[in-house]
Design a protein around this ligand. Structure first.
Ligand code: SF4
Length: 385
């Protein structure tokens, strides 16, 4: 099959999307972040926020549509009609085809039902402009059943109920909010530019408009000193908002991040992995909401802390208890195995061959203490960000 002509098409995409949008069509509605001052975030460092002209965004949607048409025409010409998914997978695997076309192929392979508007806070656009973009997406790709975007709580708090309802009616079905913490002390220390009240108001506005809400909580962000407050205040704020999803994304702080200065000054004492697991346990103990808790980021140690609440609450707490009850040798083995990608979940340490493999790696690296294992893991984590 020859698909080189697809390289004639290209549209703009941004650097990130939530893990849950891996199979979505990515449309860049704005560039970078209008805040850009969170001390743990370097995604848009030194990049200026820009509203893109609406006509440029609409042209990108038209190009995405032409890519879909061209892929379909080439599929038929090659005699693969009826085997479209095979063709989409094939295109996605071709390194000579540009990233934006490969992303469209992946999206089509997954069914073509979701789209994500990049970058960090596109809800800040004028409401009529955003309605225009949402309407164009829906009419160009009628199979879309989910359109999502990131949004800062303050932006959601400033939009009127009428504006958010207009967005919902135009097709905006889910908003991802980086709450990170519900503690005012943690929010101040980390430069989030937000208070607990902003998070509550913004979150309630989104839910009130009938838009699904996915809130991110960042375990570890308060460090040792603010850990208890970070856990309890975050649970309090989320209980008041009652989002559809809460997603865990554990802090990873490293040299080069503004937050590293807080570490150097002693203001932020970075917790070890087990302390963060305990903090997540305290958070879940206080959590009383009616949505789904997800642990869908590689930075989280225990991916199985997931499920529909309140039903799954005890199971999540049991996973934490089970991990913390393991002997130190097994916890270290699991920590390295998980970070190295050898283990998917806690049960994997009972696979004798895998356990042995990780044990040998620990011995070869001379990682015979908790500190040395943490150093090794910190090196691995740098590749996850
Ligand atoms: S609002 Fe989001 S994208 Fe912007 S600096 Fe903070 S974490 Fe980064």
């Amino acid at each position: 099959m020859e698909f080189g002509a697809l390289n004639n098409y290209h549209f703009e995409t941004g650097p990130i999307r939530p893990p849950s949008e891996a199979y979505s069509l990515l449309i860049r509605a704005t560039r970078n972040c209008p805040w850009n001052r969170c001390r743990f975030c370097v995604t848009y460092k030194d990049q200026k926020f820009e509203l893109r002209p609406v006509e440029d965004i609409l042209e990108d949607i038209r190009i995405a549509s032409r890519i879909v048409e061209t892929m379909q025409a080439a599929t038929v010409k090659s005699g693969y009609e009826g085997r479209e998914r095979e063709v989409h997978a094939f295109i996605y695997g071709q390194s000579y085809i540009n990233d934006c076309v490969r992303q469209v192929a992946l999206w089509q392979w997954a069914g073509g039902t979701s789209a994500f508007l990049q970058d960090a806070n596109s809800i800040i656009m004028r409401t009529p402009d955003l309605v225009n973009v949402l309407s164009a997406l829906k009419s160009t790709f009628p199979r879309l059943s989910r359109i999502t975007s990131y949004c800062r709580s303050k932006t959601a708090a400033k939009k009127t109920a009428g504006e958010l309802t207009e967005l919902q009616q135009a097709g905006l079905s889910r908003i991802h909010v980086g709450m990170e913490s519900g503690s005012d002390a943690v929010l101040t220390m980390t430069g989030k530019g937000m208070t607990a009240e902003d998070h509550i108001k913004g979150g309630r506005n989104i839910k009130g408009a009938g838009i699904e809400l996915s809130e991110y909580f960042m375990p570890g962000l308060g460090g040792r000193k603010l850990s208890a407050e970070h856990a309890s205040e975050s649970a309090r704020v989320l209980n008041e908002v009652d989002p559809d999803f809460i997603r865990l994304r554990t802090l990873s702080v490293m040299d080069g991040m503004p937050l590293w200065e807080n570490v150097k000054s002693g203001e932020l004492e970075v917790q070890g992995e087990d302390e963060v697991v305990r903090e997540i346990g305290e958070f879940i103990e206080k959590l009383d909401f009616n949505g789904v808790l997800k642990s869908d980021h590689i930075l989280n140690l225990l991916p199985e802390i997931e499920g529909k609440f309140p039903e799954a609450k005890q199971d999540c707490l049991d996973v934490i208890k089970r991990y913390l009850a393991l002997p130190l040798k097994d916890r270290l083995n699991f920590r390295l195995g998980r970070r190295a990608g050898l283990y998917e979940n806690l049960n994997d340490i009972y696979d004798a061959r895998g356990y042995q493999q990780v044990d040998e790696a620990l011995q070869q690296a001379g990682a015979d203490t908790e500190e040395k294992v943490d150093e090794l893991i910190a090196q691995l984590k740098e590749h996850f960000i």
